[in-house]
Design a protein around this ligand. Structure first.
Ligand code: G4P
Length: 189
C-alpha cells in the first residue's frame, strides 16, 4: 500500500537494524485517515471471504482492526493481556511470548465473543516473530472457529513471523513489507 509506505518513509524512525518507531501515526498518536484507508484495504483484500469477525490484540492493533470491522460491517474483538494466568470456564486463554519485550503475557478473550461458526480475520500492527498472531489463531481455534486470514500493517519480512504463519497454512496479507533497514533507511520488498 503506497500511502503507508510513504508514511513510513517520511514519519518512521529506524532505531537499529531491526526496530522501527512509528509512534506518530500507529503506536501512540494515530492517523485516523490512514487507519480508515488501511481498514478499507484489508476489507478489499478479504472481500468475498464471508468474514464474520475481526480479532486483534491490545493495544496497537485495535485502531486498524476497528476500521477493518467498519469496512466489513462485522464486530471487532480485541484480546486482552493479563499478567497472571486466568483460567475460568468463561475465557479462552493462551500465553504469548514477546521477543521484542522479552516477556510473556497471557492473552484472553471472553467466550461470549467467539463462536464455532465464526470466520475470523486476525489483524495486527506489526509482524515480527509471529507469536502474537499465532496466539490469536490459537484462541480462535479454541473456540472451534476458523481463521480466514491474517492482516498485518507492517511486516518485517527479515524476521521469522511471516514464514511461520505461512508454514502453518494461514493466508497473510501485509500492507507494507520491509526487507531490511540500512543507514537509517527502510528498504521495502
Ligand atoms: P510478534 O508481535 O510478531 O509476536 O513479535 P514480537 O514478539 O517481537 O513483538 C512484540 C511487540 O513488539 C508487539 O507489540 C509488536 O507489535 C512490537 N514490535 C515488534 N517489532 C516492532 C518494531 O519494529 N517497531 C515497533 N514499534 N513495534 C514492534 P505489543 O507488545 O503487542 O505492543 P502494543 O500493541 O501494546 O503496542
Amino acid at each position: 500500500m503506497e500511502l503507508l509506505k510513504t508514511k513510513i518513509q517520511t514519519d518512521g524512525q529506524v532505531l537499529n537494524d531491526s526496530l522501527l518507531k512509528v509512534d506518530s501515526f500507529l503506536n501512540h498518536q494515530l492517523d485516523p485517515q490512514l487507519m480508515f484507508k488501511m481498514g478499507q484495504e484489508f476489507a478489499k483484500r478479504f472481500q468475498g471471504e464471508a468474514i464474520t469477525k475481526v480479532v486483534t490484540i491490545e493495544a496497537s492493533g485495535i485502531a486498524v482492526a476497528v476500521m477493518t470491522g467498519l469496512a466489513l460491517n462485522v464486530p471487532v474483538v480485541f484480546a486482552r493481556k493479563k499478567k497472571s494466568v486466568v483460567t475460568t470456564d468463561d475465557l479462552y486463554c493462551t500465553r504469548v511470548y514477546s521477543f521484542t519485550k522479552k516477556e510473556s503475557n497471557d492473552i484472553i478473550v471472553d467466550r461470549r465473543f467467539l463462536h464455532a461458526s465464526d470466520k475470523v480475520l486476525i489483524i495486527d500492527d506489526f509482524l515480527a516473530n509471529g507469536e502474537a498472531a499465532l496466539g490469536l489463531a490459537n484462541i480462535v481455534h479454541q473456540a472451534g472457529a476458523s481463521v480466514t486470514g491474517i492482516g498485518i500493517v507492517i511486516e518485517k519480512s527479515f524476521q521469522p513471523g511471516a514464514g511461520k504463519l505461512k508454514q502453518a497454512g494461514y493466508r497473510v496479507e501485509s500492507l507494507a513489507k520491509i526487507a531490511s533497514f540500512s543507514n537509517g533507511k527502510v528498504n521495502f520488498l
